[in-house]
Design a protein around this ligand. Structure first.
Ligand code: SF4
Length: 435
């Protein structure tokens, strides 16, 4: 179904987990803006909380996350203390307003923390927020899951765990600095299923030394384990921005045409196995909340990717965590030391961001609907002439002010959305290739 048009994939484009993207963040936005939005939160607002744990036991060479080595217990403990303080600061500003519908722990690896500290964070979260009925998701490193973690997650009410799997091919695992036996993942999946916790996998294509056959075997093994959702990401090699990626041998990376073939293979295998394609890189079994949201027009896109979380505001806590309000996107101090200093001094740690103008909000809504639903109304936004080339080859159809992605357009969805990006410059290099 996917046809390769290299000219349409040539320009790097953002992933549009927000609009404007992080490239537009500036330091003229910060704690005062965040405080104002929290102070003005309506009593009945539905809130989503994200808690960032910027530590991992082993650092994978491909990783683009804000994370560091979890080698010093005192540093971890000081970070958890700071998170508790930030929760109290945010809660004091909210003054009891807002009901939490979703909680997500991400990173890094939340299970790089001692279990007792993670449980402590959950207690503080319940003390500070009305979160007892929230759906709770946790990203975990499958190499560090044990019985005690699963029991604790079940007791706390975790509903979904996302496992970083990436690839089952051992020779590719060695090339990306993440050796992870398939049996380890299978045991984690079995134990989570017995605890009635839904499982998602993150997989990758475009990795060094990875062939289509390697990807096919990883997909077969994944399908056998039956996670309820799978995100299949293209590896973004940006060693200039992410020095840890310099350990990856760039001469072994598949080219754009091979990457395209892998995305196509992934789509074909996963949909044939009963997964529904969600957006441009997610797949979910029909009863997974993500598939239900997509079927009912409630799919959203935020910093965690495609999500069923349709809260009114996202509050990110922890170093580098991003909060999102209709008219503001704001990011906490990235550096864990600066983050700790801010909250120790009773200051909200928001340090940079962007105020979303009315035009930003209109463009953002259009881009989000186009990526989530495959269709969107332009309204009073002028249709860029750039769209013509997508329409000419049948990837896009226009009816009145309605834009509709056509079958086979998924690999080009970000490029089509980019036509509405008022900030994107043709020579932009900080984004990854479009597929
Ligand atoms: S475990 Fe995940 S967050 Fe940690 S370094 Fe590896 S990819 Fe990054």
């Amino acid at each position: 179904m996917f046809r390769y048009h290299p000219d349409l994939l040539a320009a790097p484009v953002p992933r549009y987990t927000s609009y404007p993207t992080a490239a537009q963040f500036g330091e003229d936005v910060g704690a005062a803006d965040m405080a104002q939005r929290l102070d003005a939160m309506p009593a009945d607002a539905r809130l989503s909380l994200y808690v960032h744990i910027p530590y991992c036991h082993d650092i994978c060479w491909y990783c683009g996350c804000n994370t560091g080595a979890a080698t010093r217990p005192r540093r971890l403990s000081a970070y958890v203390d700071a998170l508790e303080r930030e929760m109290a600061l945010v809660s004091a500003r909210l003054g009891g307003r807002g009901r939490v519908t979703h909680v997500a722990f991400g990173g890094g690896s939340p299970n790089s923390l001692p279990l007792i500290d993670w449980v402590r964070l959950n207690h503080q979260l319940l003390l500070c927020f009305d979160a007892s009925a929230a759906a709770m998701a946790v990203e975990l490193d499958p190499r560090r899951i044990d019985r005690a973690w699963i029991d604790a997650m079940a007791k706390v009410g975790v509903t979904r765990v996302n496992l970083g799997v990436q690839t089952f091919a051992t020779h590719v695992q060695q090339r990306i600095g993440r050796v992870q036996p398939a049996e380890t993942v299978a045991m984690a999946v079995g134990a989570l299923a017995r605890a009635r916790i839904q499982v998602g996998f993150d997989l990758m294509y475009g990795l060094p030394g990875q062939s289509e056959a390697d990807l096919a075997r990883t997909l077969e093994d994944s399908i056998r384990l039956s996670p309820s959702r799978i995100a299949l990401f293209g590896y973004a090699h940006m060693p200039r921005l992410l020095p840890r990626q310099r350990r990856i041998d760039a001469t072994e990376l598949p080219g754009v045409e091979q990457r395209f073939a892998m995305a196509k293979l992934g789509h074909a295998m996963l949909t044939a196995a009963g997964y529904q394609a969600i957006g441009f890189d997610h797949f979910a079994l029909p009863d997974d909340p993500l598939a239900v949201a997509a079927a009912t027009g409630r799919l959203r896109r935020n910093f965690q990717g495609f999500t069923e979380d349709d809260s009114d505001a996202l509050i990110g806590m922890g170093a580098s965590a991003i909060s999102q309000f209709p008219d503001l996107i704001v990011q906490n101090e990235k550096n864990a030391g600066a983050y700790r200093d801010a909250v120790s001094n009773h200051r909200l740690p928001a340090a940079r961001g962007v105020r979303r103008s009315a035009d930003d909000q209109r463009r953002g809504a259009l881009i989000e609907r186009l990526l989530c639903d495959g269709r969107a109304a332009c309204g009073d936004l002028a249709e860029p002439a750039l769209l013509d080339r997508f329409e000419r080859i049948g990837l896009l159809r226009r009816e009145g002010d309605e834009l509709m992605l056509q079958p086979g357009a998924a690999p080009y969805a970000r490029s089509i959305a980019a036509c509405f990006d008022a900030y994107l410059r043709p020579a932009e290099t900080r984004f990854s290739v479009a597929v």
